[in-house]
Design a protein around this ligand. Structure first.
Ligand code: PLP
Length: 339
């Protein structure tokens, strides 16, 4: 039995999802004429109580477009040192937007309003001008840590005081929302733009959505074209997104609960020395330095368990839609018998 915990992007579309895709009505989306994409965009915008949304091929493109709209070359983006936009988007902030970055040292990716305030650079011709703050929720590299709305609101206040825009990299936002019971509307009220991945916990094959006001989305639409992300009859793919929002959203809680089970089992697994607190569907754990990540990964692989190296002595498990109860049982047994 294979239990693939490398990422929640590994899910394959279910039969029912494929059926929904097959019967989608489509049109040319560059002309704005794909009814299924329009329906997905409207659905997402209204979920968040925001004016408009835009379907894009990837989460990276969603974030990069948002950064591009909010900044000019020479501006500065404030984000956490662990953030995906900084670490895992190929230096895209510099490449696409010509902006510089000021990194904050948060707690597992979660920083404070005071830290933002201290990092802001104003109107001095020597300095890069702070223009945008980016929050990630949940924080991938923070072990799936979850922000509280209260902290976000305090940061919003600082942003308003200093004329900064606020973007949410909400690749896994819904893993946070099903956990803490907060509402999409609360997020829609605070952020200038939000990106959501449909190909993570939702289990669709392709796609992300950016949400914002009409003026923002109009600009985003232009940059999507320039970045090469204008698609034609992509409603076949958007149909998977609509299907997932209707059917897979409640299942995210199961992913979070499974991750908690995994962390319980890891406590008794040999060579595991520490586990980051598990708040959503990601488990990052540390190994005894005597055993290297690659040896530990090999031991796991012998039992059919695939995981992702997350540093010289740490490993990441991600729970997702395609992990069955039988696979969970196999994982429990395997971790307990690991030497
Ligand atoms: C996955 C992810 C993205 C988008 O990555 P893609 O590979 O482009 O889908 C953005 N932010 C975070 C936090 C992510 O985990």
């Amino acid at each position: 039995m294979i239990v693939d915990l490398r990422s929640d992007t590994l899910t394959k579309p279910t039969k029912k999802m494929l059926q929904a895709m097959m019967i989608a009505e489509v049109g040319d989306d560059v002309f704005g004429e794909d009814p299924t994409i329009n329906a997905l965009q409207d659905k997402m915008a209204s979920m968040f109580g925001m004016e408009a949304a835009l379907f894009v091929p990837s989460g990276t493109m969603a974030n990069q477009i948002a950064i591009k709209v909010h900044t000019k070359p020479g501006d500065e983006v404030i984000c956490d040192q662990l953030s995906h936009i900084y670490n895992y988007e190929g230096g895209g902030i510099a490449f696409n937007s010509g902006a510089s970055v000021r990194l904050l040292q948060g707690d597992r990716g979660i920083f404070t309003a005071e830290q933002v305030k201290a990092a802001i650079q104003g109107n001095d011709s020597h300095l890069a001008q702070s223009r945008l703050v980016v929050i990630e929720n949940t924080v991938n590299k923070g072990g799936g840590s979850i922000w509280s709305l209260e902290k976000i609101k305090k940061i919003k206040t600082v942003c308003v005081e200093h004329g900064l825009k606020l973007h949410l990299d909400g690749a896994r936002l819904f893993n946070a929302l099903v956990e803490n019971g907060e509402e999409t509307f609360d997020y829609g009220k605070i952020f200038d733009s939000i990106s959501i991945c449909l190909s993570k916990g939702f289990g669709t094959p392709i796609g992300s959505v950016i949400i914002g006001d009409k003026a923002f989305i109009q600009q985003a639409h232009r940059y999507r074209k320039i970045f090469g992300g204008g698609m034609r009859q992509a409603g076949f793919v958007a149909a998977a997104g609509i299907y997932a929002l209707d059917n897979h959203l409640p299942m995210l809680k199961r992913d979070n609960d499974n991750a908690k089970l995994m962390s319980e089992w890891l406590k008794d697994t040999s060579n595991v020395t520490g586990i980051m607190p598990v708040e959503s569907n990601i488990v990052i754990f540390n190994l005894d330095p005597k055993i290297t990540t690659s040896i530990f990964l090999e031991k796991l692989e012998e039992k059919g368990i695939l995981a992702y190296p997350f540093g010289p002595t740490s490993i990441r498990f991600v729970s997702h839609l395609d992990i069955s109860d039988e696979q969970m049982k196999h994982l429990e047994k395997s971790l307990k018998s690991l030497e």
